[in-house]
Design a protein around this ligand. Structure first.
Ligand code: SF4
Length: 335
């Protein structure tokens, strides 16, 4: 049994100081992933610093017309916030596609970003796992890998990021606000999560002494044309095999002004290709263009023993999501 102590922080600097005082300290908010990890002996913090009293629970207008969401806003509060449902329905739909109502009532925005992979080997402390114990090996490479990555993986880890919310945040081009002993800084969302490379134990570019304080959404929310499409083994309470968050802005002639598409369930982070998205700009949204985009986004996809189906599935999900976003059908592009 891992013995740990518990401390409740009353202010941001108090939280940072308590965390900095012990290299094995961990912040806890909703705890919906951390407590599981502790039960399975995967996470062994010496100190839990409870941050639930910190002033990070508001959703406020941001200076550029966007929205700033405190890290302690719960998934439910965010999904049902009137500004989010009106201006960022893509985000609301992605959140409501994840977990269960009970979990969403407790889980926080900051915790959602920091949740760890659901690779079965990672949670089984009796097996090797490079993410849990660097250098011990990756049994998923030649083992059960139906749920694993087809893009951006390495020979050290083929795990996928489990979040739905983060797929929408990637598509929307959010910014992550961080606070550490040296002050505040921001990271573009695509730079927050990492690919596994040869350091799969490090999921994000958050520094060890930093705290996520907020997420900021830009003013463009793609409310008119958006879709979050999630394919999973069960109709609810299951992680994505493949998901797609799509936002499209069209001009009066039906040409693409801006198009975003992020994939979930396929890589160690939400998967986007801004260069492929740029190819759509100025173009009419045709089955050919959507099909070409899907092929470009999936370029370099590599299947493992059990997950070849994900490559074809992802192509269909992308095409279907563009169709849902624009109330059209591009299905012939996926055939
Ligand atoms: Fe561990 Fe990653 Fe391999 Fe899963 S895929 S066993 S998390 S190293």
């Amino acid at each position: 049994m891992n013995r740990f102590s518990y401390a409740r922080a009353d202010a941001l600097q108090d939280a940072l100081a308590r965390h900095r005082a012990n290299p094995r300290a961990a912040f806890i908010a909703g705890g919906t992933n951390l407590v599981d990890l502790m039960r399975e002996d995967v996470a062994r913090p010496a100190v839990l610093v409870d941050i639930n009293r910190l002033p990070l629970k508001s959703i406020d207008a941001a200076a550029d017309g966007g929205l700033k969401i405190g890290a302690l806003v719960t998934n439910s509060a965010l999904a049902y916030d009137p500004a989010v449902t009106a201006r960022y329905p893509l985000l609301a739909k992605a959140i409501l596609a994840g977990a269960s109502a009970q979990i969403r009532n407790v889980a926080t925005v900051g915790g959602n970003l920091l949740q760890r992979t659901r690779c079965y080997y990672f949670y089984d402390a009796g097996t090797p796992c490079n993410k849990r114990e660097p250098g011990s090996g990756c049994p998923a490479l030649n083992g059960l890998n139906r749920n694993h990555a087809i893009l951006g993986a390495s020979e050290h880890c083929i795990a996928v990021h489990p979040s739905d919310m983060c797929v929408a945040l990637a598509a929307l081009g959010a910014t992550v606000h961080l606070l550490g002993p040296d002050g505040a800084r921001t990271l573009p969302f695509e730079q927050f999560h990492r690919l596994p490379g040869d350091t799969p134990q490090i999921d994000t570019n958050l520094r060890a002494d930093e705290l996520v304080t907020a997420i900021e959404l830009p003013s463009q929310g793609f409310a008119a044309h958006h879709a979050y499409l999630k394919v999973r083994d069960r109709a609810s309470y299951a992680f994505a095999l493949v998901s797609a968050a799509v936002g499209v802005e069209l001009d009066d002639a039906g040409r693409v002004v801006d198009a975003r598409c992020a994939l979930g369930g396929v890589a160690h982070k939400p998967w986007r290709d801004p260069a492929a998205e740029a190819q759509l700009r100025g173009q009419p949204l045709t089955a050919q263009n959507v099909g070409d985009f899907a092929a470009a986004l999936l370029r370099g996809a590599r299947a493992r023993r059990d997950n070849a189906f994900k490559i074809e599935l992802a192509a269909h999900v992308i095409v279907r999501a563009f169709g849902e976003a624009t109330q059209r059908s591009f299905e012939e592009a996926a055939r």
